[in-house]
Ligand binder design. Structure first.
Ligand SMILES: O=C(O)CCC(=O)C(=O)O
Ligand SMILES: [Fe+2]
Length: 372
């Protein structure tokens, strides 16, 4: 299945799969390539002209002074402020699908320690880091370059450490020592922020604050710690190509190196790093479950042209228990009425997983498939 969309030997006799495999087998990642001082990137990282011309358009027009909303959570539990907060979160989730939160309750020292520990892991010597290199998906701990290396049409300038934090907690010893303590702490803090936001999002739909928790919307969760090292030819590749996140909610912590962009009104808008803030975005499942009230929006990361590594720590929250005998999900019945009929059909967890693991991030999301 994996190779089906990637057979691209071209007329030059270039054997793409063989080159991917050779790179994967070195276990050095793009961080290793970058640190080795290469000045041109291997061919399989080069993106097609359509993608690259879109990069140029952004550079030309990044005069765009737009930015995603910044929401201050300091009065989360104040009865007088809460309705305003619910409104802000709802509007941001509708119009942008993305927002930043400040005063979210996570101490700045925890934020800084998390970023430092992840950076330290990605900077470990090859002998230490390569022991963790593996492509086990869907559970446990995985560290590799390009999680979808064999599923996507063009590789990207990114290495990632992925740790499944729930529903089963990970085997602690499997988490690299450089960031073990910090990964465990980050899970607790990021989950707290996600749960607070899910209450606001639930209330924004006119539902009980606890509705999403009851539906186990934050129990299945994976922490993905990305490193986007310096790329010698950032105009030829991507850090992460345009995609939407598949699950319910994403909580993202980024360091000071920019590169993340979100699509808004057909233009790419920079999500400028704001020290101490967390970036939140809506995933495909939440768009479907909210019957299209909230939006899961395309985003991407440019390849990193700066000398410093770009680090991001992303927590994806997903549904743990799916409904019914066949484990289905779809727009919540509470939100539907004759005036507001479902715009998406129900689908099973199996369909969700097949859609995610059967393709690269560049393919169409589940949303197109279940649209009525
Ligand atoms: O690294 C980032 O800022 C974004 C990563 C991302 O979009 C993802 O992992 O889905
Ligand atoms: Fe994403």
């Amino acid at each position: 299945m994996e190779a089906s969309i990637n057979i691209n030997n071209g007329s030059s006799g270039y054997d793409r799969i063989k080159e991917l495999k050779k790179f994967d087998d070195t276990k050095m990642g793009v961080k290793g390539l970058s640190d080795s001082g290469i000045t041109s990137i291997p061919q399989f990282f080069i993106h097609p002209p359509e993608t690259l011309s879109d990069l140029k358009a952004t550079t030309d027009s990044s005069a765009s002074s737009l930015s995603i909303p910044v929401i201050d959570l300091s009065h989360l539990n104040s009865p007088t402020h809460r309705p305003k907060l619910i409104h802000q979160v709802k509007e941001a989730a509708k119009t942008w699908g993305f927002f930043q939160v400040i005063n979210h309750g996570v101490p700045i020292s925890v934020i800084d320690d998390t970023v430092s520990a992840i950076k330290a892991f990605h900077n470990e010597p090859f002998e230490v880091k390569s022991k963790h290199y593996s492509r086990q998906e869907g559970r446990g701990v995985m560290y590799a370059s390009n999680n979808d290396l064999y599923r996507t049409n063009s590789a990207q300038w990114i290495d990632s450490l992925q740790v499944w934090m729930g529903p089963e907690p990970p085997v602690v010893e499997d988490i690299p020592a450089a960031c073990r303590k910090e990964v465990a702490a980050w899970d607790v803090y990021a989950t707290g922020v996600a749960e607070n936001l899910m209450e606001l999002l639930s209330e924004g739909l006119g539902l009980e604050g606890g509705k999403f928790k009851e539906l186990t919307f934050s129990e299945k969760k994976v922490l993905v710690a990305h490193c986007y090292p310096h790329c010698p030819q950032p105009d030829l590749t991507m850090g992460i190509q345009s995609h939407t996140d598949p699950a319910i909610l994403t909580v993202l912590l980024q360091n000071h190196v920019s590169g993340l962009q979100v699509k808004h009104d057909n233009a790419w808008v920079d999500i400028k790093p704001l020290h101490g803030a967390l970036v939140i975005n809506i995933g495909d499942l939440l768009q479907i479950i909210s019957n299209g009230v909230y939006n899961s929006v395309q985003h991407r990361v440019l390849a990193n042209g700066s000398k410093e590594d770009r680090i991001s720590v992303v927590m994806f929250f997903n549904v743990n228990k799916w409904k019914g005998d066949d484990g289905h999900f779809g727009p919540l019945p509470e939100l539907l009425s004759p005036e507001n009929p479902p715009i998406y059909r129900d689908f099973t967890m199996q369909e969700f997983l097949e859609n995610f693991f059967g393709k690269g991030l560049d393919s169409k999301s589940l949303i197109q498939k279940v649209k009525i």
